[in-house]
Write a protein that binds this ligand. Structure first.
Ligand code: FAD
Length: 546
């Protein structure tokens, strides 16, 4: 393998130079799920497209979500039937094109009090009719005994039963990365750590100034159309074109905290009711269970919104009400994160009442801004945006065969096999040469899909096995640098290996050897390596309640 593989850290500077040299039909600003989805869709339709991301891919909201590809049951409560249908359809497609990133898990909604059981049954029945849910995936109603057999820790007083239905667990940052790598494969040029700082009108389009945050060097890119997919920073990118006409963003903050599975031993994802009757989730994943989310107004966007003790207490109260044995407090929290929802302001509405729909606006020089939207519906958002871009370019390209329903990177599981079957195949093929694989394989399949096979081959051939006492492989670090454009220690530990949020040690136990490995791959000085370590420790501190 050469260091110049597409999407390697080394290829980034080359791609940035190419964008600047040749110009593009479409420049996308922002490498969250919205931006990478648009880049992939445009490239699949044969447009020349580039994407620049100020920080790392998925460094914004797209790594701080609840990590669910959900069928939109809750939009029924908001009365948005069209969004229900759209979310359900997209969930079906994503399960086909990215089965590793849409793993079905049971979601339980406990029923307390007379009448709730029936109401739940009718509500879900209506949802399933509208969303055309196939019979095998419809909900099941449990009586009280059946409910307690599955989740014995639930509060018993008033419990009348529960509804259980399949929802899909994803990994948000890995979904972004898989989409970004697919966009690159389809011909898009992408660069992280490249910030748009200025937009000027030019003949037949715009000239955009981009600063390479690694070297500090500015460059300019000519683009016929710009799509602003800067999420919570959407309005600040809009302001680069001048005054912001029309609708504005309304940011709301959502937090999650995680505890060890032993402290909240669930086998299903469980929906709980908070004191203000909002639904919050408890979601088991690997060795932890995370709980979220809140929905509170937030001011200007920052990179790491804080998680306050009040935020955690609000969720803890819901946990304690549903699981009386959870008498522990904040001291058991092993990690926490906050994300900002880029919603469109609606006068007089409370945060949780504002629509989760995407919305497109056009600026004075023609920049198309897209905000709102979900991880779940990113493909649909991308289609709408690219259709508008094509309209503006005065062309209509046929998507490449299969279009955006082609498998995402890592999503091409062998015909008809499930991620679990694929995991068993990996253990049978590599387990004898890689002790510990059996316990780690589910995590690897969720993160890498079919790329796990090459990853494990690399681990064995090059002696890049597990870090002592960790679920992570040294081969993952090499892959993150050579094939996933990681430039910083945080990129690797937070968004590629996902140790920051999902490992009880928050990746601090392996940070030093990972930094050493990156130093040798990227040619860092001792001083740079120490700086990276300090920055990572700071980031890990930020992922705890204050
Ligand atoms: P972002 O991911 O924030 O990406 C915008 C990017 O633009 C950032 O990376 C930023 O660095 C970059 N940028 C900003 N300025 C510039 C510039 N000048 N130059 C270059 N780049 C720039 N959806 C689901 O489907 N399922 C869920 O379970 C779910 N849970 C959620 C839970 C919470 C708490 C929150 C907050 C949201 C949740 N969502 C969920 C919604 C979903 O996560 C977001 O709608 C989505 O991630 C937004 O993606 P985005 O690409 O628009 O924004």
């Amino acid at each position: 393998m050469t260091k110049e593989a597409p999407f390697s850290s080394a290829a980034r500077a080359r791609d940035l130079a190419e964008m600047s040299r040749n110009g593009v039909e479409l420049l996308v600003v922002g490498g969250g799920i919205t931006g990478v989805g648009v880049a992939r869709e445009a490239a699949l339709r044969g447009l020349s497209v580039a994407l620049v991301e100020r920080a790392d891919f998925a460094a914004g909201t797209s790594s701080r979500s609840s990590k669910l590809i959900h069928g939109g049951v809750r939009y029924l409560q908001q009365g948005d039937v069209a969004l229900v249908v759209e979310a359900a359809e997209e969930r079906r497609i994503l399960r086909r094109i990215a089965p590793h990133l849409t793993q079905p898990r049971p979601m339980m909604v406990p029923a307390y009090g007379v009448g709730t059981h029936t109401k739940l049954n009718v509500g879900l029945w209506t949802y399933e009719k509208l969303a055309k849910v196939p019979p095998a995936e419809r909900h099941e109603m449990l009586d009280r005994e059946g409910t307690l057999a599955r989740e014995p820790g639930l509060r018993r007083e008033g419990l009348t039963g529960a509804a259980v239905y399949p929802e899909n667990l994803t990994d948000d940052a890995r979904l972004v990365l898989a989409t970004a790598r697919s966009a690159r494969r389809a011909g898009a040029l992408l660069a992280n750590y490249a910030e748009v700082t200025k937009i000027d009108a030019a003949d037949g389009g715009s000239t955009v100034t981009v600063v390479d945050r690694e070297s500090g060097a500015p460059s300019s890119i000519r683009a016929r159309v710009i799509v602003n997919a800067a999420g919570p920073w959407c309005d600040s990118v809009r302001s680069l074109e001048g005054a912001i006409p029309g609708k504005r963003l309304h940011l709301t903050k959502g937090i999650h905290f995680a505890v060890l599975h032993a402290d909240l031993p669930l086998s299903s994802m469980v929906v709980m009711q908070a004191r203000d009757r909002r639904s919050v989730f408890a979601i088991p994943r690997d060795r932890i269970v995370y709980v979220g989310t809140t929905d509170t107004d937030y001011g200007a966007a920052v990179e790491y919104p804080e998680v306050t003790r009040d935020d955690v207490e609000y969720l803890l109260e819901a946990v304690r009400r549903h699981f009386p044995a959870a008498t522990w407090g904040l001291e058991r929290v092993v990690s926490a994160w906050a994300g900002l929802r880029p919603l469109i302001h609606e006068e007089g509405k409370k945060p949780s009442e504002i629509s989760r729909r995407d919305e497109l606006t056009e600026g004075p020089y023609g920049m198309i801004s897209v905000a709102g939207g979900k991880l779940t519906t990113f493909r649909r958002t991308a289609e709408k945006v690219v259709e508008l871009v094509e309209h503006r370019l005065g062309r209509r390209a046929e998507p490449a065969s299969g279009g955006s329903e082609q498998p995402l990177d890592g999503g091409d599981l062998p015909m008809g096999s499930s991620p679990q079957e694929y995991a068993r195949f990996l253990v049978s093929r590599f387990g004898a040469n890689l002790p510990g694989l059996e316990d780690a394989v589910d995590r690897l399949v969720l993160l890498y899909g079919t790329n796990a096979e090459a990853l494990l081959g690399r681990a064995i051939d090059r002696g890049l096995g597990f870090f002592p006492g960790s679920v992570a492989l040294r081969a993952e670090v090499e892959r993150a640098v050579l094939e996933e454009m990681s430039l910083r220690l945080t990129d690797v530990l937070e968004r590629r290996l996902r140790l920051l949020l999902f490992d009880p040690e928050r990746g601090l136990d392996v940070a030093a050897p990972v930094a050493e490995q990156m130093a040798s791959l990227l040619g860092w000085s001792e001083e740079r390596m120490m700086r990276e370590l300090d920055e990572y420790r700071e980031t890990a501190k930020r992922c705890m309640p204050i």
